[in-house]
Design a protein around this ligand. Sequence first.
Ligand SMILES: CCCCCCCC/C=C\CCCCCCCC(=O)N[C@@H](COP(=O)(O)O)[C@H](O)/C=C/CCCCCCCCCCCCC
Length: 214
Amino acid sequence: MAAAAGAFSLREVLSAFQAAVTERREVLLGPYLRGWRGLVRFLNSLGAIFSFISKDAVAKIQIMESYCGGERQEEYRTLQSMVAYELASGLVDIQRRSEHPDSGCRTLLRLHRALRWLQLFLEGLRTAQEDSKTSTICTDSYNASLAAYHPWVIRKAATVAFCALPSRNAFLEIMNVGTPEEAVVMLGDALPHISSVYGITEELYAQHKLLNLP
Ligand SMILES: CCCCCCCC/C=C\CCCCCCCC(=O)N[C@@H](COP(=O)(O)O)[C@H](O)/C=C/CCCCCCCCCCCCC
């Protein structure tokens, strides 16, 4: 069922990640960032308690959008072209943040780590029991991914914010993609594409030793 005109559709948001992967397994940064924009819009609908999270995500998305729409935008059409261009041009701070503190490679890596959280969170939502708590699924997904890269104070603030999340079935309802059963099917459709984007990025960053950019 197509979303009502103007209605916000998570189905369309998650389909952006499917559109991001080309037949040659390139990752198109346009659709990738559109997917993140849609996710942040949904996050903002969950309440002000998550604003510290969405503000950081928006800042990183805006950095990437400035590259993708800037004077060297052809170099930022894909993840692969971005990495090749920034490395060849010496635009990435490898050891410590200095001349290029907000390189595309570094900024994208932060979103990439968050995409791992999303992958785990959506899989947890999809497979959890009806009476599960979204806060538990979210915390477990966070602790298995992003938490490793955050200082204690961020980890504490995040896990406190997660407590504001509704039950699993209530969360599936507010996703506004139909019944909880229909939401589970939609998550099952979307997850392989999110996993594909994540896997391609992880492989590329590992190949160029970019997984620990400061
Ligand atoms: C289909 C269902 C959708 C489910 C809802 C998904 C909505 C999620 C939208 C955005 C996800 C959050 C993206 C967070 C990006 C954080 C990037 C990051 O790690 N930033 C830190 C490092 O950056 P630098 O300092 O090195 O530049 C930054 O220091 C920390 C910022 C504070 C936020 C960190 C907490 C992240 C929690 C992620 C879980 C979000 C839970 C949403 C609740 C559903």
